[in-house]
Design a binder for this molecule. Structure first.
Ligand code: FAD
Ligand code: NAD
Length: 477
């Protein structure tokens, strides 16, 4: 039906920005026949981010965790329009979104405007760099498929260049020093995957890098994984020690050049010392920052002026200070952590809300018509119409009962390398903290079951089997 998208003037136009966890969860459950639905996102696929760190080493192929947006939309009852473009500005007053097609192939029209009655902002966040000089120019991020591909290529570049004839010992050490900045789950999972790659594959093919290849995780705070319990933080740190991953806590990076990072290290006596650390690969994973389009929208709404972290929303995910704009996921500030789990639940909540709103609108229109009819009806018909009105009013009361959004936390899971994972899980109102190989099996099955489609699930499973049987592919693409 996607080809037959024809906006119906009797329906409201719902514009959804983004094709990530929040927007796709909304699209999955939305009854699209109630609205003219338009989706705008520069990425024409959904990305299953929890398995992205595995793509950096080729343990999983990136295509296995991508689901084309067209495939998602094609199963909807009513047609949905999709534009591969970036929203550059939301014009709140005039209810318009300015969009720009940023693709390499240039058409005659690359920019346009889309009008909306209702807007959902689900554009996620960009990588935080805190304005630290050199980060954007010299480091790799880990948020998108392209980032994982770049890292995969760069790891091999560093290894092959280190093995070049005549390379000095110091230069070999620098090239094979893999530095990860940010001890949140992204940094920890990537460090674990990278050390696995080294232990299980690189060493086999290039034994001469033993002794020079090192993974270092740099964290400004006194410990890694701040959202996990103390017991699991300790477990992760001791496990990293066993795996020979160096953790440098209380070390804040202040400056980055093409070959070194400069960090301020807090010593046990509380004094600070500046250290220059040479690196070959630098992966920057220090969390989220607000996207420019969101910042601009915040600037247009007086109720948002004191917020810096994103769009403040109320308990129905309505952007505070507006009536027709909602926000989900990492760009929404609702006192939850910026996770896929939160974004997906918020998206599903909005779908329920919009489905109900459409039903309520339809009943209200019918009630209006019935009361007009009733005023001019003959006595015989009037009783029947009054019965109908009472029936519809009851229906209206029932459908209006959508409570506010309530997040249900299922727990936190993270892979820490060497076939071990940590899990803080809440089940049956109890909390369980576990770490180790059994948790790794749980981690694997949990993420497999969460994959977007059966196709993704099968592809991921095949990748795992393939890597086990033949090892990861060490050729540089
Ligand atoms: P996203 O999923 O980032 O989607 C944003 C969408 O908006 C994208 O489609 C993007 O292309 C689009 N977009 C961007 N700019 C514009 C624009 N200007 N106009 C229109 N569209 C735009 N969370 C967990 O709960 N568990 C995990 O295990 C986990 N693992 C992670 C691993 C990694 C490596 C990373 C990076 C994150 C992980 N997260 C995890 C966090 C999780 O991915 C995010 O919280 C989640 O993606 C947020 O969903 P979202 O819909 O807000 O944004
Ligand atoms: P994060 O915000 O969780 O962690 C970033 C870390 O970088 C912080 O600990 C911070 O102290 C550190 N940092 C900041 N600036 C620094 C500097 N200059 N020098 C050294 N360290 C510095 O970021 P993330 O790991 O990218 O995660 C982002 C979000 O995605 C989080 O909400 C996280 O829970 C979620 N996520 C979850 C999972 C999972 O559940 N397995 C995996 C990845 C991401």
């Amino acid at each position: 039906p996607n080809d037959q998208f024809e906006p119906d003037p009797s329906k409201k136009t719902l514009v959804i920005l983004g094709s990530g966890w929040g927007s796709v969860a909304l699209l999955k459950k939305l009854d699209t026949e109630n609205y003219n639905v338009i989706v705008v996102s520069p990425r024409n696929f959904f990305l299953f981010t929890p398995l992205l760190p595995s793509c950096t080493t080729g343990y999983i192929e990136h295509r296995s965790i991508m689901e084309p947006i067209r495939n998602i939309l094609r199963h909807k009852k009513a047609a949905v329009k999709y534009y591969e473009a970036e929203a550059t500005k939301v014009d709140y007053q005039n209810k318009k979104v300015h969009v720009k097609d940023d693709s390499d192939v240039k058409g005659d029209t690359m920019e346009t405007e889309i009008e909306f009655d209702m807007l959902v902002v689900g554009v996620g966040a960009e990588n935080a760099t805190f304005g630290i000089p050199g980060v954007k120019e010299h480091s790799c991020f880990l948020k998108e498929v392209g980032d994982a591909q770049k890292i995969r290529k760069k790891i091999m570049d560093c290894v092959e260049t280190a093995l070049f004839k005549g390379q000095s010992e110091d230069e070999v050490k620098r090239l094979l020093h893999m530095v990860v900045v940010g001890g949140g789950p992204t940094g920890v999972e990537f460090a674990g995957e990278l050390q696995d790659y080294f232990q299980e594959d690189l060493l086999k093919w290039m034994p001469q890098i033993k002794g020079s290849f090192r993974v270092t995780l740099v964290e400004a705070l006194p410990n890694v994984l701040p959202m996990f319990s103390k017991q699991l933080v300790d477990y992760t740190e001791s496990s990293f020690k066993e795996e020979h991953i160096d953790i440098r806590t209380k070390t804040m990076v202040k400056n980055v050049t093409d070959k070194t990072i400069e960090a301020s290290v807090t010593l046990p006596d509380g004094t600070k010392q500046t250290e220059i650390i040479p690196y070959g690969l630098l992966v920057w994973a220090t969390g989220n920052a607000v996207r420019p389009v969101v910042k601009d929208l915040m600037g247009q709404i007086p109720a948002q002026k004191d917020e810096r972290r994103g769009l403040k929303v109320n308990e129905y995910l309505v952007v505070k200070g507006t009536e027709n704009i909602w926000a989900v996921g990492d760009c929404a500030i609702a006192n939850y952590a910026p996770t896929a789990q939160v974004a997906a639940q918020e998206g599903a909540f909005l779908a329920r809300l919009f489905n109900t709103m459409a039903k309520t609108d339809a009943i209200e229109t019918e009630l209006q018509e019935l009361s007009e009819k009733q005023a001019t009806a003959k006595a015989d018909d009037r009783n029947h119409i009054l019965d109908l009105i009472s029936e519809r009013q009851k229906q209206l009361r029932r459908t209006r009962q959508v409570g506010p959004f309530q997040y249900s936390h299922q727990g936190s899971l993270a892979y820490i390398g060497a076939e071990k994972a940590v899990a803080d899980v809440s089940w049956f109102s109890g909390n369980f903290a576990s770490g180790g190989t059994m948790t790794y099996i749980f981690w694997k099955s949990a993420y497999l079951s969460m994959c977007f489609s059966s196709r993704n699930r099968i592809l991921v499973m095949m990748d795992w089997i393939k890597s086990r049987m033949f090892g990861r592919d060490v050729s540089r693409e």
